[in-house]
Design a protein around this ligand. Structure first.
Ligand SMILES: Cc1cc2nc3c(=O)[nH]c(=O)nc-3n(C[C@H](O)[C@H](O)[C@H](O)COP(=O)(O)OP(=O)(O)OC[C@H]3O[C@@H](n4cnc5c(N)ncnc54)[C@H](O)[C@@H]3O)c2cc1C
Ligand code: FES
Ligand code: FES
Length: 498
């Protein structure tokens, strides 16, 4: 079954779009076509959250409310969802509790960020597992930049309105809205446009493979948190878009005894709790991966397929020995993630091949994993250096153990995410608790990498950081207390220097 339109629910009605620019963003559709100008545009790159809207979807028989940056989402991507914007919340009636609390707590000044903040909090209001603590609310708002109010009144309003939230009119109407969404779920292949220019969203892997074989020049889009920026910032004239978000099973998860298998189209937000179970460091990394909005749309497959030298997942996957599964036509092949990255901008993937799954081995009991992201800001920032270290020890006691196996990978240190081969070689067979081993191994970072200088860090800074990280991580695994290995506060360093 196929259809030549994209369909979604808006204000209780089904909208069917039969003609639109394949590369058209959701924000442009809202502001320029529908003329719903409550949703704002500021950065147009997914950073500030002024454009946040909510997509309600049916998952496991219930409604989920997901915040999305409309500026970098493609309008075709929202097929099958209910689109909720700031205009819908009060809709002529009383303010939504989130809006009411923001008004009463003086959580808005110029108001430009406010619609986006309201929509992020509206999504949070509907999360069954929402907690009413400040740290959680700060994470929820990490992708919403307010330049003039200050976050204290905004967070106060969030805590007041979301803790113990009563059923609003959206929750009261949930059964009818769920039924309406179920009717849209037709399992059809979608293709809007002609052979020269189209937006397509195949419903099966076979249809995806056939479409890519016929159009190897098409751009694959998953969450569009990278591709969206090619459109808004590079003005890339993408004529043929193949969206993988509707492919049945491409977001599937398999929790095997020895490995976690993640479908390429699995959004980062859904992958995060599963990855956190492998190791708490990965959980913390995922908390700091973009923002709620970015994690809701962005996918694990997109983070590997984009070939980025500074993607956060790649070093972790390489350290864990993960493999990537690709499909072209009917042929499926698997290769280690580290071999997928050939050179800057070049991956081992044919144009008509797609990433199907990531197979992530679970760390063994004797494996010690450490993951460290170095970025300029704590929240919503891309890594300058991203390090992942997996050591397998030959004994339980760190003080006596030798290192049986070492897998150390860095992002931001070369044109591709890459293993530190010389550092690893120096560690295998060595005694973990010997500080001389740490320093000798760390010095070999200079042999393994020749980093670039860019706006995120100079080559010298990156080399020094990676060297320090090797020492810090080895010391930590050897059992040196964390307060010794932790970076000293700025004031203390200044005092020592003077
Ligand atoms: C504000 C902001 C913050 C961000 N923060 C981070 C961060 O902290 N850490 C980080 O690593 N990244 C970050 N990113 C980058 C981005 O979110 C991630 O790389 C994300 O995982 C990309 O996934 P996606 O599904 O959106 O990919 P898309 O944008 O849809 O695609 C990215 C690339 O992968 C290809 N592709 C996607 N899926 C497949 C597939 N199944 N098969 C073959 N090719 C495919 C596309 O053709 C494209 O080349 C951030 C981005 C933004 C806008
Ligand atoms: S306009 Fe800034 S995130 Fe969309
Ligand atoms: S109220 Fe002005 S940017 Fe937030």
């Amino acid at each position: 079954m196929a259809r030549d339109w994209v369909q979604f629910i808006r204000g209780g009605r089904v909208v069917r779009l039969r003609a639109f620019q394949p590369r058209g963003t959701l924000l442009d559709w809202l502001r320029l076509e529908e003329r719903s100008t409550g949703t704002k545009e500021a950065c147009a790159e997914g950073d500030c959250g002024a454009c946040t809207v909510v997509l309600a979807r049916r998952r496991d028989g219930r409604l989920v409310y997901e915040p999305v940056n409309a500026c970098i989402a493609l309008v075709g991507q929202i097929d099958g969802a209910e689109l909720i914007t700031i205009e819908d919340l009060a809709d002529g009636g009383p303010l939504h509790p989130v809006q009411q609390a923001l008004a009463e707590r003086h959580g808005s000044q110029c108001g430009f960020c406010t619609p986006g903040i309201v929509m992020s909090l509206f999504a949070h209001y509907h999360r069954p597992d929402r907690t009413g603590d400040r740290a959680t609310v700060a994470d929820v708002l990490a992708g919403n930049l307010c330049r003039c109010t200050g976050y204290r009144p905004i967070i106060d309003a969030a805590l007041e309105s979301c803790a113990g939230a009563a059923a609003d009119r959206f929750a009261q109407d949930a059964p009818r809205r769920l039924a309406a969404l179920a009717e849209l779920d037709d399992g059809a292949d979608v293709r809007v446009g002609d052979d020269a220019s189209f937006f397509a969203a195949p419903a099966s892997e076979a249809a995806l493979a056939a479409l890519l074989a016929a159009h190897p020049d098409a751009t694959i889009v998953a969450g569009a948190t990278d591709v969206g920026l090619w459109i808004t910032k590079k003005l890339a004239p993408l004529a043929k878009i193949v969206h993988v978000g509707r492919v049945a099973g491409l977001d599937a998860v398999e929790d095997r005894a020895d490995a976690l298998v993640l479908g390429a189209a699995l959004p980062l937000a859904r992958a995060a709790p599963l990855l956190a179970r492998l190791d708490p460091d990965i959980g913390e990394l995922m908390r700091r991966f973009g923002s709620e909005q970015v994690r809701t749309s962005g996918t694990v497959g997109g983070n590997i397929a984009n070939g980025s030298p500074i993607g956060d997942l790649a070093p972790v996957m390489i350290a864990l020995g993960a493999t990537v599964e690709l499909r072209r036509g009917d042929t499926v092949r698997t290769l280690p993630v580290e071999d997928f990255f050939i050179a800057y901008g070049k991956q081992d993937r044919a144009p008509d091949e797609f990433v199907r799954r990531l197979i992530v081995p679970k760390p063994k009991p004797a494996t010690r994993l450490r993951v460290v992201k170095i970025s300029k800001r704590m929240d919503e920032d891309i890594s300058a250096v991203m390090g992942a270290v997996a050591l397998t020890l030959d004994g339980d006691h760190a003080a006596e153990a030798r290192i049986a196996e070492a897998r150390i990978a860095f992002g931001g240190m070369a044109g591709v995410p890459k293993r530190a081969a010389a550092v690893e070689a120096a560690l295998v067979g060595a005694r973990l608790a010997d500080p001389a081993v740490w320093r000798t191994a760390a010095a070999l970072i200079a042999d393994d990498f020749t980093p670039l200088t860019d706006q995120r860090g100079s080559a010298a800074y990156r080399s020094q950081v990676a060297t320090n990280l090797v020492v810090k991580i080895l010391a930590e695994i050897a059992g040196v207390p964390a307060d010794v290995t932790r970076v000293r506060p700025r004031e203390e360093r200044a005092r020592v220097a003077s």
